[in-house]
Write a protein that binds this ligand. Structure first.
Ligand code: SF4
Length: 388
């Protein structure tokens, strides 16, 4: 006999459960209660209802490669461990030939997505960014180029002396396929002022997102949590993204990003717990009713927590990922892994009771011959539409 919902979510959250049950949009006040309740199991249960309604057991991942082309940056964000600074990582700037070499390294993996972001390096000319896109298409003609946060788009536009829209047009002509959506961290003027005042603020970030939407570019969105933001600011971020998605309909996936304080100016903040990470995934799933996918980025959350997150609202794990350098490098902070094999990714998802689905960047399923995992992909043309 099925348990009464009150037994599962308690009287405290039963009104929210009733809304979730019929697909009614949650309010900012509901979002705040979901952040404040101690009953994380109830929040996860409701998020899983939405996750299974949309995707059943299907869990997506992509064969991707990250390229962080420079760590030289003039924005000095307090939460950032990536940019080159005294006592921090050595400065680097990849030549286009170096990028080509890195793409060649992983050719055998049959990468379908190349994700490129970097610091705001004033020495790089306009043409460099176009060449970055071009070299990917030269080496991997079928790969999807997901590149540049709104902060980088502003830098590129400034370098070229053109509008955001023109810079995006030139990048698309050179091979850009989508924007990864990061850069704003959290849409709060207070946090912006206190932690990353030198880079683009919320209005600028939205203006780039709107310009990209006008060009029909697919976009992704993120939220960096666990630093100085409040629960109200997290809810406000989610509400602003939901409104922007109602307007633009070009976001396909949302990723809550867990803050890692190691080697940042905020090192005295305590590292986050799995309890906080699972809650952020679950609340995102519940509040962002017009985002089709919610991702648990396994590099930040660990594969183990990601397995649990697949029952707390997440339906995507990111991908195989090679050479991600933003949060930490492979070997730093306890030898955390930077890449999973196809087999390990599928095993991780299956162990959690979910069904692994390899996808491309736009969530088309990619079927492969199980006997030849590195063989040519056959794309199945069943696109999952952007909701809203
Ligand atoms: S978060 Fe980005 S913009 Fe800020 S310091 Fe780091 S690399 Fe630069």
């Amino acid at each position: 006999m099925a348990l009464a919902p009150e037994r599962i979510v308690g009287q405290e959250l039963i009104d929210i459960y009733r809304k979730v049950e019929v697909g009614e949009r949650l309010s900012a006040e509901d979002g705040l209660r979901l952040y404040e309740t101690k009953n994380l199991t109830a929040v996860g249960y409701m998020a899983n209802m939405v996750r299974e309604r949309l995707h059943g057991k299907r869990t997506y991942f992509v064969r991707n490669q990250h390229i962080n082309y420079t760590n030289i940056c003039n924005k000095f964000c307090k939460f950032c461990s990536f940019y080159a600074k005294k006592g921090g990582p050595d400065p680097y700037e990849m030549s286009i030939e170096e990028v080509r070499r890195r793409l060649d390294w992983h050719k055998h993996v049959d990468i379908t997505e190349v994700h490129m972001v970097g610091g705001i390096n004033p020495r790089l000319p306009y043409q460099y960014y176009m060449d970055l896109c071009r070299v990917v298409k030269e080496v991997l003609p079928n790969a999807h180029v997901k590149a540049f946060t709104a902060v980088e788009i502003e830098q590129i536009a400034n370098k070229g002396g053109v509008t955001h829209e023109q810079a995006l047009r030139d990048l698309v002509e050179a091979g850009l396929d989508s924007l990864p959506g990061g850069g704003i961290e959290i849409l709060s003027d207070r946090v912006h002022r206190e932690l990353f005042g030198k880079k683009l603020g919320g209005d600028g970030w939205k203006s780039v997102a709107r310009a990209a939407s006008r060009l029909g570019l697919t976009q992704y969105a993120t939220m960096l949590y666990g630093h100085i933001e409040t629960a109200e600011e997290r809810v406000s971020h989610l509400m602003q993204l939901r409104e922007l998605q109602d307007e633009t309909k070009h976001f396909v996936c949302f990723t809550p990003l867990s803050f890692h304080p190691e080697k940042t100016e905020l090192e005295d903040i305590k590292p986050l717990t799995g309890y906080v990470d699972l809650r952020n995934i679950a609340v995102s799933r519940l509040m962002l009713d017009n985002f089709e996918h919610i991702k648990s980025f396994w590099i930040m959350n660990t594969p183990e927590l990601t397995q649990a997150a697949l029952w707390y609202g997440a339906d995507d794990t990111d991908g195989l990922v090679h050479e991600y350098e933003i949060t930490y490098k492979e070997g730093e902070f306890g030898n955390k892994k930077q890449a999973l094999t196809y087999t390990n990714m599928c095993a991780m998802i299956r162990e959690a009771g979910r069904v692994p689905i390899e996808r491309d960047s736009l969530y088309h399923e990619i079927k492969r011959d199980p006997e030849a995992m590195s063989g040519k992909p056959t794309r199945q043309l069943t696109p999952l539409s952007v909701m809203g």
